[in-house]
Design a protein around this ligand. Structure first.
Ligand code: SF4
Ligand code: SF4
Length: 162
């Protein structure tokens, strides 16, 4: 698997970041699920994700969301998780790698940093911006239900081969 692959299954994320980090992010993601739906995906909105709609009850491409999304948790989630010191250090490892490399080259684990791959520019370069916008509009107008919209968005993402 290419390290620059954007859409990652849980297994692919584990392959890239290691099983231990994937275990920790799984625990955090479980805690985040409820919290993110209560705050209506504040982070997704703030990062200008082109697949975001306030009407979705959760991420429409959750099973294949990018590494940036799998790795990001707010303090509320981290505080509730009460990770051990060892797990905290493990979780910080890719970020240390990123900071260390930032001046010279992008980290292997975050090759697009600081760009978010699914903002308007990212979706344009993936060639799915217009399709995604059409699906989200149809969902917001009530022409598609949440599952239909999510399935279509996932299939567009997977069709990019990235
Ligand atoms: S990580 Fe925190 S701030 Fe971000 S969407 Fe989830 S609950 Fe909201
Ligand atoms: S792809 Fe990432 S930023 Fe976009 S809605 Fe899903 S979790 Fe949020």
């Amino acid at each position: 698997m290419s390290t620059s692959k954007i859409f990652l299954t849980e297994g692919e994320f584990g392959e890239l970041f290691g099983r231990e980090i994937a275990r920790i992010t799984r625990v955090l993601s479980e805690i985040a699920k409820d919290k993110c739906s209560v705050c209506k995906g504040k982070c997704c909105r703030e990062i200008d994700c082109g697949l975001y709609s306030e009407k979705f009850s959760s991420c429409p491409i959750y099973e294949i969301r990018p590494r940036e999304c799998r790795f990001h948790f707010c303090h509320e989630v981290l505080d509730e998780a009460q990770l051990s010191q060892e797990d905290k250090e493990l979780l910080e490892t890719p970020l240390k790698d990123l900071l260390k490399d930032e001046k010279e080259r992008n980290s292997e684990l975050f090759p697009l940093f600081p760009q978010f791959p699914l903002d308007s520019e990212g979706l344009t370069s993936l060639g799915i911006k217009e399709e995604a916008e059409r699906v989200i509009k149809a969902f917001e107008d009530g022409e598609l239900d949440e599952n239909q919209a999510g399935d279509l968005l996932k299939s567009f993402c997977q069709s990019t081969g990235k």
